[in-house]
Design a protein around this ligand. Structure first.
Ligand code: NAP
Length: 645
């Protein structure tokens, strides 16, 4: 690991005295500034004097730092930054870093988090594998085939390249960015904070919004592809149709079909599936849908040429996509009818629509260490901090709409938010109030959703849809809603994790058959016995469903996969697959842990569960556990083999 303290020349000040620096110091959050200041100066005195006033974000008491301490901090930070030799030039000790983290968050940050935070916040940059002397380089001709060039596929490409692996990436679209290229529905945005929803090794200081718009993420990923020169390895507008393991050679034969229908078989030593979860969609199977005479669009297949002004629009589905579409189409629509099949918990976030002040952007770009500490604060408060909410308290009644004291407190908070927004419309409040625990289904962040539902031209229909007519939608009670356009925000087929790729392993085994429509299982979410050198990114039970972290999980799993490849290379093995025992033990551990999780609550019902009720998507452990388990493969859990010829 390389430390990244930016100051190298202590005879020069870190920054010149400037008005913009003064403004930045005056405007940034004092906790973020304190952590940065202590990191740069190692000043324990101010750290400890401020410590008693900083409280956890979700604690009962708010942070309240006396004004004179904040002033002292700003003034000392200014002096430290503008005076030669006033900062230390090297990273604080691990112990001091951990103390800074704990003080900044107002609660203990345990040692087990520290390595994750060093990497994920960018305090240290892992040494490029290619330059490690203790490592065997991949042999000439060793090839990896990677499927997908979205958020996970691009990260995989970067890490494969950095490790010296030759790879081909196959991408169905004409450009990179996956979900963020495809989803162009009105209001498309992310509900993970911008400064966290980006790679730890490629952070961006100038996000305009605290929560990025879809287009901004697309631009970020586009820039990443350029920066790391990834496009040269990508075959665009091509799809992988089959992957078949060949026992004799120990290679995978991969069929790639290009946009002209031309098929080619490519051989690869290893295959990596990173084609994402949120792109297999179809229009809902509602009787009559094909008879509708107006435009019918899925959220992920939006047609921007459809003029919505003054139109009567039906929006089917009230998950994250529907809750973004409605506020963005309602102002210009004639009428919007929202067809709600089930209720959702909806949470406010004061920054959801906010733009990042220029002073903060400047601090992120210019004050050494500030960006890393800013990201740390987000990780801490958006990720594993929520884990306690998804753990069922065994003493908590099964029939309660919550799973523990802390989960009940959050439910009360959710109810009070609903009351505050919708209390004057009791019939709407009643229609929308969920009866299941918060976190048992993905919650919606309120980016104008409730305000939109309160509009005069928006109606919420919870009577189930019976059929679609040529000019409208009829519900079970017989009511007909005449509409001009139907928008289906009806989600994705997440459980069919292999998508349309047919995967054949040893002895002709078919992974598609073994997993069926919705029952995927793997060892550590990444490998499967009988399918050597097949690696999954975004596989079963790796979903961070208690908080933000899709990017963190992707980076962790990719690290693990590259470590697996390195192990094969170091052992001169042609094949690597988990033992049946390791696979069974892992899945037993998952199933056992899931009995303690909110997603197995009797009222939990979401796309995390398959048709038999099994939770196939959620990682029932903390992100820090997954991160620690994905540092290196446990060699005894794998069979390493030679090719037959
Ligand atoms: P979703 O969460 O699966 O929601 C689909 C909605 O459509 C649900 O309300 C579902 O009802 C309803 N539905 C499905 N089939 C239906 C049918 N035949 N008739 C009536 N209603 C039907 O899908 P999504 O909103 O597209 O979100 C998918 C995932 O994408 C999110 O959970 C998130 O991971 C990601 N996403 C994230 C963001 C963001 O970051 N802000 C934005 C968009 C999407 P039930 O609840 O009853 O199933």
């Amino acid at each position: 690991m390389l430390q990244t303290m930016t100051q190298t020349n202590r005879s020069e000040p870190l920054l010149p005295d400037s008005e913009v620096l003064r403004r930045a110091l005056a405007s940034v959050d004092p906790s973020d500034l304190l952590m940065t200041y202590a990191y740069l100066t190692h000043d324990r005195d101010l750290l400890e004097r401020m410590a008693p006033h900083i409280r956890p974000l979700f604690g009962l008491e708010p942070t309240a730092i006396p004004d004179e301490l904040v002033e002292e901090l700003r003034s000392k930070a200014f002096i430290a930054l503008t005076t030669a030799g006033a900062t230390r030039g090297e990273m604080p000790s691990r112990e001091l870093m951990q103390r800074i983290m704990s003080v900044g968050m107002g609660e203990q940050v345990d040692d087990e988090f520290v390595d994750l935070l060093f990497e994920q916040c960018g305090f240290v940059v892992p040494q490029a594998r290619k330059s490690r002397v203790d490592r065997t380089m991949p042999p000439q001709g060793f090839k990896v085939l990677l499927v997908g060039a979205g958020l996970t596929g691009l990260a995989a490409g970067i890490k494969l390249k950095e490790a010296g692996y030759d790879y081909i990436c196959v991408e169905k679209n004409a450009d990179v960015a996956g979900t963020w290229l495809e989803n162009v529905y009105p209001g498309v945005a992310v509900d993970t904070p911008s400064h966290f929803y980006s790679y730890s090794f490629h952070q961006k200081a100038d996000w305009n919004h605290y929560f990025p718009r879809g287009e901004q993420v697309r631009q970020y990923l586009n820039g990443v592809a350029d920066h790391y020169d990834l496009r040269r390895n990508i075959r665009f507008e091509s799809v992988v149709t089959t992957m078949a393991f060949d026992e004799a050679s120990g290679l995978w034969n991969v069929t790639i079909r290009d946009k002209n229908g031309h098929a080619e078989v490519v051989q690869a030593n290893a295959v990596m599936v990173a084609h994402g979860r949120l792109n297999r969609w179809s229009l809902p199977d509602i009787p009559g849908i094909e008879r509708f005479t107006g435009p019918v669009m899925h959220s992920a297949g939006w047609d921007r040429s459809v003029d919505l002004e003054g139109k009567r629009i039906a929006v089917i589905g009230t998950g994250a996509s529907g809750a973004q579409i409605v506020p963005n189409v309602a102002p210009d629509a004639g009428k919007v009818t929202v067809f709600m099949r089930s209720r959702y918990w909806v949470m406010p976030n004061p920054k959801i629509s906010g733009t990042v002040p220029e002073e903060t952007k400047w601090a992120l770009a210019n004050i050494p260490g500030f960006q890393q500490w800013f990201r740390f604060g987000i990780y801490w408060n958006a990720s594993d901090g929520y884990y306690q909410h998804v753990l069922r308290d065994p003493a908590w009644p099964d029939d309660a709409p919550s799973v523990s004291e802390v989960n009940e407190q959050l439910r009360q908070y959710g109810l009070s938010y609903m009351q505050q927004k919708l209390g004057h419309r009791p019939e709407l409040l009643e229609k929308l109030t969920p009866d299941f625990p918060i976190f048992s289904k993905r919650m919606v962040l309120d980016a104008g959703w409730y305000d939109a539902l309160l509009r005069d031209n928006v109606e919420v229909e919870n009577d189930p849809i019976a059929e679609i007519l040529p000019n409208g939608i009829r519900t079970r009670s017989g009511a007909v809603h005449e509409v001009d356009v139907i928008a289906c925000a009806t989600g994705f087929n997440i459980a069919r994790m292999l998508g349309d790729v047919q995967v054949t392993g040893r002895d002709g085994r078919s992974l598609n058959e073994e997993w069926g429509d919705d029952d995927p299982r793997a060892y550590l979410g990444t490998t499967v016995p009988g399918y050597p050198n097949l690696f999954l990114v975004g596989g079963p039970n790796t979903g961070p469903n208690h908080g933000a972290g899709a990017n963190l999980v992707a980076e962790a799993v990719i690290n693990y996969i590259v470590e697996c490849l390195d192990l094969m290379v170091a052992r001169d093995a042609a094949t690597m697959e988990p033992t049946e025992q390791a696979y069974r033990d892992w899945n037993d551990k998952i199933d056992d842990q899931l009995t303690r999780m909110i997603w197995s609550h009797p009222k939990a019902n979401s796309y995390y569960n398959n048709s038999a009720g099994r939770v196939f998507l959620s990682n029932p452990f903390r992100l820090v556990d997954l991160w620690n388990w994905t540092r290196k493969p446990v060699e005894e859990h794998f069979l390493l083999g030679r090719a037959q010829n």
